[in-house]
Design a protein around this ligand. Sequence first.
Ligand code: GDP
Ligand code: MG
Length: 400
Amino acid sequence: LGGSISRALAQMSNATVIDEKVLNECLNEISRALLQADVQFKMVRDMQANIKRIVNLEALAAGTNKRRIMQQAVFTELCTMLDPGKPSFTPKKGKPSVVMFVGLQGSGKTTTCTKYAYYHQKKGFKPALVCADTFRAGAFDQLKQNATKAKIPFYGSYMESDPVKIAVEGVERFKKENCDLIIVDTSGRHKQEAALFEEMRQVSEATKPDLVIFVMDSSIGQAAFDQAQAFKQSVSVGAVIITKMDGHAKGGGALSAVAATKSPVIFIGTGEHIDEFEVFDVKPFVSRLLGMGDWAGFMDKIHEVVPTDQQPELLQKLSEGSFTLRLMYEQFQNILKMGPIGQVFSMLPGFSAELMPKGHEKESQAKIKRYMTMMDSMTDAGMSSTCWKSISGLLKSGAR
Ligand code: GDP
Ligand code: MG
């Protein structure tokens, strides 16, 4: 997505005359990229109209940085689309809250329930898990295993077949035990949607959750909107969690889920492991979606690891775009200290997470050391070249 949008913007930027036709071509190209990233057709069409309204053709024609103006417009528009305008319910320590998870089978509910519980446990909450999935054989065992590993109390049954009864029993028990975050995992049976939605309605009515979280697999593509809307119509969804963001999905479904549920995305799942779970933040998400890089996050990291006396020079070079390979070389030494190297690199424009896959930090570090060796053999002129492309090109050639 980032690639095709950058290309569209570059084409427009190179055009000598900016007229209606050039703008439309650029917008069409961006729209195609968004559709490919699973953003719903109607939303793409609305966005196109909004951008045309926001971007003033004359200003664009006169503007020195057309690419930046358009990029900013797309960026702002996508951020707006991801902001439903009201925050979701957030649990408070010491006050019993019930949070119910809903979503289709395989979307990642059970895994995400545990991640959510674990995340709050680390923040000082006393969470508990209730397994109200009586439909799938093995559902309770899975939750039990997850919960045991994370040392989180759980409730469920191998015998009872009534999900409402179990949900109510579990919630009551954990309220008595003074748990302040009671999480109800539910069934997501396939091909029996009417029965599923009725079941969700009943569990919700019986347990009166403070928050219903809709869990969505990021790879479901264009189906995201309808699926989210169907759940919203049976229970009052108040937040969304998108799972499997570590896969190939582009994440455009997040926009659909927000539009359909009128609720914010609060976390994303980035792996099967319990701590592969991130608080969702709109701006960095959109930046990365557009391939713009997460500059704010990157700058924070720079401030963290680059020695103070070197910061002004580095920041100036970065801002004027004269960040050379030589500077990169110098900074590689600092970057190696920056911790999970994949995360740092995915913050930079032009770098995709695929280049530095998660869980391969050791290999990535070894790679960086190799690049430094390659740089050692480069000419002075090469080391003074400035653009990001040469750096990401270097990384790509080393990564394949
Ligand atoms: P449920 O049927 O909705 O309860 O889904 P599960 O929690 O059982 O998850 C289905 C599968 O997706 C399991 O194999 C999980 O390990 C996997 N899964 C869940 N979340 C993620 C994620 O964020 N990334 C990856 N890669 N796998 C995930
Ligand atoms: Mg499950």
